[in-house]
Write a protein that binds this ligand. Structure first.
Ligand SMILES: [Zn+2]
Length: 220
C-alpha cells in the first residue's frame, strides 16, 4: 500500500505547511524538514524525503521511518540527514509533529547569540501563542546548539537534556542553520513556527531600530 493511501490527511497537511513556509521564505532552496508521528507503539514518523522543494512537495516525497530513523518499507526515498532529531523529539518531547525551518531571522540570531548559548524573548504578546504560555510576561529562552554535521551526537545531547530536565521548552536553534519546534499536532507545531519566526524578526529588526539604551537609534 502506498503511503498516500494510508496517511493522506497527514501528507496533505504537511504539503500545506510546505507551501506556506516556502511562501514566507522560511523553507526555500529545498531546506527544512517536517514530520508527523503516525504511530506511537512502535513509534513511526512520516517525514519529508531529503532534498525536496518544500513549496511543491509531491505525495511521494515522504518516508515512513521507525524510532531509530530507519525506513519502515524498502524502496522509499531517503529521509533528511536530520531525521534522528525528529525521532528524539517524538520520543522525549511527546511531540506529535516536528517542524524545522531555515529563515533569515533565525539564522542571524543563531549567529549573533551563539557565544551566549542562546537568548531570551520576553514581554511580547505573541509569546502567548506558545503552548502553555498564558501571559505576555513570560521569558522564553531559546537555546542555540552548534551546527555540527554529526547529527547522531546532537541527537544524543538533545535526549540527555530531556533526561536532565534542561530541554528546550518549545524550540531551539542550530547555529547559522535554523529552527526546530514541535507540537501535539501539525497545527500546533505550525503555530509555533509562526510565533518563533514572528518574534525572531522582531528581535533582529529591534536591534536595527534601537540603540543599546533602548532609545530609538540616533535620537536622545
Ligand atoms: Zn536544516
Amino acid at each position: 500500500m502506498k503511503l498516500i493511501d494510508q496517511y493522506a490527511n497527514s501528507i496533505h497537511a504537511l504539503q500545506d505547511v510546505g507551501q506556506l513556509f516556502f511562501q514566507r521564505g522560511w523553507s526555500v532552496g529545498t531546506s527544512s524538514n517536517y514530520s508527523v508521528v503516525v504511530n506511537r507503539e512502535p513509534c513511526q514518523l512520516l517525514i519529508t524525503a531529503s532534498g525536496k522543494d518544500k513549496g511543491r512537495l509531491a505525495e511521494e516525497d515522504f518516508v515512513l521511518i521507525d524510532e531509530a530513523g530507519q525506513p519502515v518499507h524498502a524502496g522509499q526515498p531517503k529521509s533528511s540527514a536530520e531525521t534522528l532529531l525528529h525521532c528524539v523529539l517524538a520520543k522525549h518531547a511527546g511531540a506529535g509533529s516536528i517542524l524545522h525551518t531555515h529563515s533569515v531571522w533565525g539564522t542571524l540570531l543563531s549567529q549573533y547569540y551563539f557565544s551566549a548559548g542562546g537568548f531570551a524573548m520576553e514581554d511580547y504578546e505573541m509569546l502567548k501563542g506558545l503552548d502553555g504560555v498564558v501571559s505576555h510576561q513570560h521569558t522564553e529562552w531559546v537555546d542555540i546548539f552548534d551546527n555540527t554535521q554529526d547529527i547522531a551526537s546532537l541527537a544524543n545531547e538533545l535526549s540527555q537534556r530531556f533526561v536532565d530536565g534542561t530541554a528546550p521548552a518549545h524550540g531551539f536553534l542550530m547555529r547559522q542553520h535554523g529552527l526546530y519546534t514541535w507540537g501535539k499536532t501539525i497545527e500546533d507545531a505550525r503555530r509555533h513556527i509562526e510565533i518563533f519566526e514572528f518574534l525572531f524578526e522582531c528581535l533582529v529588526r529591534k536591534q536595527t531600530l534601537f540603540d543599546a539604551t533602548g532609545s530609538p537609534a540616533g535620537i536622545g
